[in-house]
Design a protein around this ligand. Structure first.
Ligand code: FES
Ligand SMILES: [Fe+2]
Length: 423
């Protein structure tokens, strides 16, 4: 349960709010590479963090993410012409490059220096594994992109979708910190599937604070000798690494689910995954079948998530297709911004509570002028492969013994690893 003030603090992300300004200090997923696939292709509108932006890929392949409203008189640059290394406004032809420089103001008299004195809002971007990340914070505070394992993967080993969520980002993010819902929301009645979730419907949770955020460990009893361990990682500011993609088998990679606010009552869910040993296939991107070209799900609140009551009786717990639809129904049906003063948290919510507390502590500290957690500035210390996700059946109960690398600090890991070989 959160007080009204704390609920506001953790859910509001417009510029000028503590959480909004803190989130802007990180690299945030903003769009997909496939939305602007080729040089000089049409620009796309990007709505994140309460801001209206346009992303475009210029003639040389560089990506710009700029304020949508033209600096002249505000016409949308989404309608602009993407030509010769810049985006040109259709109203009077002002032209911008990816860094927000005004290259041309053709309606001004020859010799005018007007353009040189202007700078349009433009955010630095980075493309990793099919996601366009943006840095929207102060230019002199831009951190390095953390070297997570997933961020090192060749693009053909990665898959990603983005989906529109009609609720605050935190409702989605909290679903990722909640292993117990696997045994219910995502339950299928086929006795040959997901037997490990079903074996123990009340997992024990352990949480621990880490340099990247929180490690979340769900422990399910398999039998007297064995434990099913699922390790997830909450990483600041808005995502979790999760053991998804292996069924009941050992994982060949994992998924990372990000929640970028659109505004305080809508969000983008980015579902990224990778395979260590192989290129991905269409079958890995099953979520795409749930989504239209506008990144909205076909199954949504307006059609009751296409729930089939007969299917709910005989096939699975929800009567809905695909995990994405289950999760979206669970989190959107709370309403666009849930009042966390009304909830009743139990033992199964231990990880949700821990992540919230860590985020709130960070936001309070940020308000006092402290640096946010997980700001990576030293290339020598940039190794976050321990922000990892694992799902395995182990002997006994002590997962620390099985996965000793998970509990090491960056400094300890650097002693064991050769960073240079990864450069
Ligand atoms: S409004 Fe864009 S050039 Fe005038
Ligand atoms: Fe889920």
């Amino acid at each position: 349960m959160l007080s009204r003030e704390e609920n506001q603090l953790i859910t509001q992300t417009d510029r000028g709010t503590p959480m909004g300004d803190m989130m802007r200090r990180y690299w945030l997923p903003a769009f997909l590479t496939e939305e602007i696939p080729t040089p000089d292709c049409p620009p796309v509108q990007v709505r994140i963090m309460g801001e209206k932006l346009v992303a475009f890929r210029d003639t040389s392949g560089r990506v710009g993410l700029v304020e949508e409203a033209c600096a002249h008189r505000g016409t949308s640059l989404y309608y602009g012409r993407n030509e010769e290394c810049g985006l040109r406004c259709i109203y009077h032809g002002w032209k911008y490059d990816v860094d927000g420089r005004v290259l041309d103001t053709p309606a001004e008299p020859a010799g005018s220096t007007f353009a040189e004195r202007l700078r349009h809002t433009a955010y630095p971007t980075k493309e990793i594994g099919g996601i366009g990340f943006a840095y929207m914070g102060p230019p002199d505070r831009m951190p390095l992109f953390p070297n997570y394992e997933w961020a090192q993967m060749p693009t053909e080993h990665c898959y990603v979708t983005k989906s529109y969520q009609v609720c605050n980002y935190l409702q989605g993010l909290e679903g990722e910190c909640d292993s117990s819902h696997l045994s219910w929301l995502h339950r299928v009645f086929d006795p040959n599937q997901h037997h490990l979730y079903k074996a123990d419907k009340a997992p024990a949770y352990e949480t621990e604070e880490t340099d990247f955020g929180m490690r979340l460990i769900a422990l399910r009893t398999v039998n007297a000798e064995e434990t099913y361990v699922r390790v997830s990682a909450f990483c600041f500011p808005n995502f979790c690494a999760l053991p998804v993609g292996g069924g009941d088998h050992r994982l060949d990679g994992f998924e990372v689910h990000f929640y970028t606010p659109i505004d305080d009552t809508h969000s983008w869910r980015f579902d990224f995954g990778f395979k260590r040993s192989r290129a991905v296939t269409d079958a890995d991107v099953h979520r795409r079948q749930q989504l239209g070209d506008d990144h909205k799900r076909y199954a949504n609140a307006d059609n009751h998530y296409l729930q089939d009551r007969e299917m709910q009786r005989t096939v699975n717990f929800t009567g809905m297709k695909d995990f994405l639809v289950h999760d979206s129904c669970a989190t959107e049906s709370m309403g666009p911004l849930f009042d966390r003063g009304r909830e009743h948290l139990g033992a199964s919510d231990k990880a949700v509570i821990a992540v919230r507390r860590r985020m709130l502590d960070a936001a309070h500290a940020f308000e006092r002028g402290e640096e946010p957690p997980h700001m990576v500035t030293d290339p020598e210390l940039n190794d976050f492969r321990h922000a990892e996700s694992i799902a395995e059946v182990i002997e006994g109960r002590d997962w620390h013994v099985q996965f000793p690398h998970l509990t090491s600090t960056v400094e300890q890991l650097l002693d064991q690893r050769d960073l240079v070989s990864r450069a």
